[in-house]
Design a protein around this ligand. Sequence first.
Ligand SMILES: *[C@@H]1O[C@H](CO)[C@@H](O)[C@H](O)[C@H]1NC(C)=O
Length: 388
Amino acid sequence: MRGHGADANTFQGFPARPLLLTWLCSATFLRRVEGAGGITQDEQLLISDGSWHRDQRKSITLETSCYYTTMEGMPYGCQYNRAYYPSYQNDYQRRAEKTALMEFYNSCGGDFWRTRDNWNGELDPCWDYWYGVTCNEHGYVIKLELSDNRVRGPLPSALGALTSLIKLDLSSTEPEYHMHPNDEVNRVEGSMPSLAMCFQLEEIEVSGNLILKLPDDLYLNADTLRSLSASRNQLRNMPNYLRRFQVLHTLELDNNMIEDEFPADFGQLPNIRYVHLQYNRLKGRLTQDIVPMTKIQVFDISHNPELAGVIPEQVIVDWAEMSYLSILNTSISGYISSLCLDVPFCWKFMYDTHKDLTWATVSDVPDIVGMTVDLAQTNFFDETFANR
Ligand SMILES: *[C@@H]1O[C@H](CO)[C@@H](O)[C@H](O)[C@H]1NC(C)=O
């Protein structure tokens, strides 16, 4: 796979080391990257100018960095007791991050979390492997991943002190599994604090909580934010200044209570691929503005009864990578609407430039009914899984 080849390349700049060690090191790193979730490696390639792969260097973790024993600041390699050297402990940023994590723990019911291994003020978040915390080679937090961990309560503003954060995942998966309620769901509530100082933040996944508001200044993360998922919350608004999110790839805000006008900004998001806004109360009209979203794969604005306007016919040609769109239970009109308004998912091959399906042979048309049923089943609570 192309993505993996590119990862392996990030190791080539370093001095040769015994083969086994190199292999162990790469294997660890690859596993970590695969588990990163959200945007797949191949999808990154499609939107990247190459800098993304160079940037991967920043997510080499503390453990992995143990192999780079000549690195400045870690001249002795990985030694557990480094965490207790005054020079390590007195670093201003590391202290601020540990304080932030402890505030988050206290604010969000840490004592009752499903797993809270090593979350203890006596220990170091990075060297002592606090559950859900990943650090870069400098001992700064790059990932906080506590999905389905009974994280409950408001997020403290201190969270914004994690200035190296790349990924924040506080999501709940399904509310129930096989008819049994999921007792581990998170219940983050209230307004999210500013993350404006998280200069590297690429992915926010907070679906399935009780969040009322995204950070007011989320647009200050727009230069790096690639994926924003906040489905199944209580949001009232779209993010401010959506047009600034030039690298945004995935926007999942379905099943909220958003009452805004449909923003004209969408056409200015050149990298947007997945848009999930279903089950909200969006108003206003779709216009010609949406046509430039030429990388769009999924556009689901269904179940917004007051949303009107027209999906321009031009998208039949211009949205070349389209997988499906969904406009069921909206007030959208026009030619595409005449084909798509009554079906849950309108697949690309359900319309074409000839305005009918007479050109298609049986083998051109996949099992639409089967695909739609599958999608409806997997899609009910979390479209995320169907797309990944
Ligand atoms: C139409 O959308 C609204 C708002 O999302 C939703 O409450 C309602 O259940 C939907 N109607 C149908 C028939 O699905």
